[in-house]
Write a protein that binds this ligand. Sequence first.
Ligand SMILES: [Zn+2]
Length: 110
Amino acid sequence: MARRHSRYDPDADVGGEAPVAPVLCWLCGRPTGKTIVQHHPVPKSRGGRDTVPMHPICQQTLVVNFTNSELERHGMDVEGLLADPAVRKFVDWVAKKDPDFTATITKKQR
Ligand SMILES: [Zn+2]
């Protein structure tokens, strides 16, 4: 076995930095990429103060599929949002994409 380090630095492990835990997207559960958006599950205009980390594309999906009233009603209940067929389909689709993947999500025709 070859030694990888010629000199062991004892300070390296003392009070060292904790491993950075990946930030997981609130909606799809994948680790976030370079861009993390702080999404208000309850819209700011409806008095929402809590934010959750999300992929830009995931936030966009919520914005185009739900009205502010619907988002307010669901609040922090991500399961309720995932129960929506359009969101479920998106999450299944985006699961295979790169964390930095973005695309334009168009509003569904009503
Ligand atoms: Zn996501």
